[in-house]
Design a protein around this ligand. Sequence first.
Ligand SMILES: CC(C)(COP(=O)(O)OP(=O)(O)OC[C@H]1O[C@@H](n2cnc3c(N)ncnc32)[C@H](O)[C@@H]1OP(=O)(O)O)[C@@H](O)C(=O)NCCC(=O)NCCS
Length: 149
Amino acid sequence: MSASLPISCPQTPAEWAAYYRLRYAVLRQPWQQPPGSERAPDDDAPTTTHALLLAPGGYAAGVGRLHPCGPGQGQVRFMAVQPACQGRGVGRRVLHHLEQAASQQGLTEIVLHARAQAVPFYQRLGYAVVAPSHTLFGCLPHFLMRRLI
Ligand SMILES: CC(C)(COP(=O)(O)OP(=O)(O)OC[C@H]1O[C@@H](n2cnc3c(N)ncnc32)[C@H](O)[C@@H]1OP(=O)(O)O)[C@@H](O)C(=O)NCCC(=O)NCCS
């Protein structure tokens, strides 16, 4: 399914709505976080790169974002795949898209804070655990991971 569908930055209001709807549904709603908590202040920064894999029907199958965070370094945040689409290569495609964007921006390293359950996904895609990091919502331990690109 996902291999033939393009990944791009959301353009229309409907695409932005689908983008944030998936972020909220996968990363915030299950922990009773309020609507709006899926948005970050620097989402609108011109240096932030957004990736959306839009499925037929106009819903978001996968999303993620990248921002520069240091000399040569970019951070990936808000990776989320629609539950029905998980395990089918969507996350891999979104992450590769962001890595390519990082490379085009002259970045040489990606860092991210992975939820414990997502650590094997990132390891599969070449990332290594650096150290434990924060615990989100009091119950979701995260791990700082990195990969040279
Ligand atoms: C984590 C997430 C983004 C991965 O996306 P996905 O589309 O399910 O992953 P993919 O199908 O692209 O998987 C790519 C590879 O990683 C492996 N993988 C994915 N999740 C895995 C897991 N939990 N454990 C072990 N391997 C995993 C896949 O088997 C696949 O390996 P392959 O090369 O042998 O085929 C997605 O499952 C998700 O949204 N999870 C819930 C939200 C979340 O945790 N987001 C990350 C926040 S840091």
